[in-house]
Design a protein. Structure first.
Lengths: 238, 238
DNA sequence: TTAGTTATAGTCATTTTGACTAGAACTGAT
DNA sequence: ATCAGTTCTAGTCAAAATGACTATAACTAA
């Protein structure tokens, strides 16, 4: 906590640096209650103090002096939700003057992907709850805008980059990859054409194994080889 | 400036919030000395104090409490270089622990494009100088990494987005657009094929006018209609 | 054994891309 | 006035990518 000397006058105080916070938008796929198909969800935490007391908000906290930005995001993620992300990337720094009614706050926001297995055993409690990404309701601060932007970024990254695999485990079927695309982009894709595209990308490796236990013809399992990394300080699996 | 009371002990001091700074990577096209073809340049400022005294660095300064992040970038840009950008977008927040030897600094970095007319009449002095983007030498802090990342982002945005036109004036020829691509991506493109692509994008509008005064057949002038805007707080022409 | 379902390969027409040709329209030199 | 040089611009053609679709393989459940 910053401590001002008693001689600090008003103007010195007013020009003090804005406080810095870290928040994270965490995405995971979970089966929809209705259709059972995977859909996009994110965890939110309930605010237990003013401002915006009792409203839902993105997990976050102040930046501690011992952590780099990414470490801070990673730590905060773990401490508030118990999750370990398979992907973590900086989203944007939000620094509008009136984001918080009480003080000037600059939030550096990260976005993360977690695998369904992780997401399934995530802490859910009175104050931590998962919401469908398209139905989060009214959030605290400017967090609705942040979630919206994170969704845009996720969709964009999915269409170009190689981020889809971080929703899945090490081995996956091509149909599972297609389901990720369908859930995130909210479209239906032709299975045959989609599979042709994936098979032409060199980073997807055929394994000799097949997914057993399904109701129909057992699909072949694949593996993703290749790193995402575009960020300047990306360590890809934080 | 933050003032600490004499009673602030070491741990309080150590946990004080990191200071926040704004920097900008400014790109412009200028004719190469050798070939005369446009190439990518950026202005740097000489540091007049420690650390890294006398080394070149990105223009920047502390975040003042009256400005939003983008306003701060815009203001700083103008005050240090005299430039008015045609495009300004947040690049990344750099917050490694040891970016500055003297204190913990989090820098929110923007990148900007300015038109050649602007760049030509930019202040250049003892302490402000333009460098070729691929030959900046050793810069202060982690600014080499930042410039590199900004270049990556510019190239990426150019390949997909609609950012090329911000290097040019309101009216331009298709060959000029091609020269932007060639300069930034450092390749040669087939004029006929490139032109076919541009003509198939609806945001490029044919005007009735032609660029006169050239040495050869006068090319038709075009106009770009359509806004870039992907950023959450983008005001596109700041 | 059969019906149902998903996995997977392949076909075919359309669109997009890359390499290239050729005429149009200007300037500057002869 | 003519011609050489250059860029602008439209067009051709084969190769590659895409979208819609068909057909067969391989499993489960009844």
């Amino acid at each position: 906590m910053t401590v001002y000397s008693s001689s600090a006058n008003v103007s010195e105080r007013a020009s003090a640096a804005p406080s810095l916070a870290i928040s994270t938008v965490i995405f995971a796929l979970r089966p929809s209650e209705s259709s059972g198909r995977p859909t996009l969800w994110l965890p939110l935490v309930r605010r237990i103090r003013e401002p915006y007391k009792d409203l839902w908000a993105l997990p976050g906290g102040p930046l501690t002096h011992v952590d780099s930005l990414q470490d801070a995001a990673s730590r905060n993620l773990r401490e508030t939700t118990g999750l370990t992300p398979s992907y973590l990337e900086q989203l944007y720094a939000f620094g509008g003057l009136h984001r918080s009614p009480t003080q000037r706050v600059v939030s550096i926001v990260y976005w993360a992907l977690v695998q369904p297995t992780e997401a399934a055993l995530a802490d859910e409690s009175e104050n931590v709850k998962w919401f469908r990404a398209d139905k989060v309701g009214d959030l605290a601060f400017d967090h609705n805008a942040i979630v919206e932007y994170a969704l845009r970024r996720l969709r964009n990254k999915l269409a170009y980059g190689s981020v889809a695999y971080h929703f899945l485990g090490e081995y996956f079927t091509l149909a599972q990859v297609r389901e990720v695309y369908e859930a995130v982009l909210d479209t239906r894709l032709d299975p045959a054409n989609f599979r042709r595209q994936l098979k032409s990308t060199p980073e997807i490796e055929e394994t000799g194994e097949y997914l057993q236990g399904g109701k129909h013809r057992p699909p072949r399992l694949y593996r993703f080889t290749g790193r995402p990394g575009l960020d300047p300080d990306n360590r890809s699996t934080p």
